[in-house]
Design a protein around this ligand. Structure first.
Ligand code: 13P
Length: 339
């Protein structure tokens, strides 16, 4: 393991003023996104959509890394340049989702374990050759009446740490993503409790697996009320609870934390990040958004050649607003004024 190189890549991923675009939707997830704009999910439509995002003017000012799905890492621009090479030339680090999804955890109803460890060493070697310098693995923790169990949290933390160790062996920076879902009706307090338990288990396992903390990036959920909660906590409460939890459980050796958006609106996600970045922090605090960076772009584009530019403008706008949030400068309502 070349620790210096891992540290250099991790620092580039969380560099000032920039964040990560999660464009690693699996074939089934991108189909759901395309269904909303009544676009067929063909390989060419998926390629064309990703090309629209990756060739938006000036994205290197706001975007430090892009997470690909396997298919995307093998695709090229219209001019025949592999997407990974196109982004690398712009100073954007290409990454790859390597887990194979969250599957039902036997014996634990309504809980999942993320799969993908078998053969991972060989896959990572190939991804490195194709230009990927970081990877992502997402563990999913759902909140319900009797869940999560301590067992499911531990099993997922163990798998995340095995993945992270294999990545570092291959010279690839692991994004470690334990996602506590915001789908339920739970309170922000319950989210804080579960997020804390998940982070405690994850950093325990990362230490046990000898993962080099300076050469990784954490991708957590924000501490937030469930979507179906009738009395959801406000933005400042989300920022405060999230920072309190991260400060308790995330060592300052970790260079950066890049949040998932998890179903928050684009404006909510930007505001939360901005409020947190108004405080003094031991790590870089940035974004690794999928939906919050792409929703407006997908709607504006709608799969048509005539609105390709409108799609790029919408993506560029949210990339820029989140870049402002990196230094606490995004303010509520800015999105309505921004072009
Ligand atoms: P969202 O920001 O849409 O939650 O996606 C981020 C991601 O990569 C989830 O694994």
């Amino acid at each position: 393991m070349n620790r210096t190189e891992l540290e250099r890549i991790a620092k580039a991923m969380v560099s000032q003023g920039r964040g990560i675009l999660a464009a690693d939707e699996s074939s089934s997830t991108i189909k759901k996104r395309f269904d909303k704009i009544a676009l067929e999910s063909t390989e060419e439509n998926r390629r064309s959509y990703r090309e629209m995002l990756f060739t938006t003017a000036d994205i290197q000012k706001y975007i430090s890394g892009v997470i690909f799905f396997d298919e995307t890492l093998r695709q090229k621009t219209r001019e025949g340049v592999p997407f990974a090479d196109h982004l690398t030339k712009l100073g954007i680090v290409p990454g790859i989702k390597v887990d194979t999804g969250a599957k039902a955890l036997a014996g634990f109803p309504n809980e999942t374990i993320t799969e993908g460890l078998d053969g991972l060493r060989e896959r990572l070697a190939e991804y490195h050759k194709l230009g990927a310098r970081f990877a992502k693995w997402r563990a999913v923790i759902d909140i319900g009446a009797d869940i999560p169990s301590a067992f499911a949290i531990d099993a997922n933390a163990h798998a995340l740490a095995r993945y992270a160790a294999l990545c570092q062996e291959a010279g690839i920076v692991p994004i470690v993503e334990p996602e506590v879902l915001m789908d339920g009706a739970h309170s922000i307090e319950r989210c804080e409790e579960v997020t804390g338990a998940a982070l405690l288990a994850v950093f325990d396992q990362l230490a046990a697996h000898r993962v080099h903390l300076e050469g990784m990036v954490l991708k957590p959920n924000m501490v937030i009320s469930g979507k179906k909660n009738a009395n959801r906590a406000g933005a400042q409460a989300v920022a405060d609870a999230t920072l309190r939890t991260l400060k308790r459980y995330v060592p300052s050796a970790v260079p950066g934390i890049a949040f998932l958006s998890g179903g928050q609106s684009s404006a909510e996600a930007a505001l939360h990040l901005s409020l947190m970045n108004q405080q003094a922090l031991p790590w870089q605090l940035t974004f690794s958004y999928g939906r919050a960076l792409q929703d407006a772009a997908l709607t504006a584009w709608a799969g048509k050649a005539a609105t390709y530019g409108a799609g790029q403008a919408a993506f560029g706008k949210w990339a820029r607003l989140n870049s402002l949030a990196r230094s606490g400068q995004y303010k509520e309502g800015m999105d309505a004024q921004a072009a």
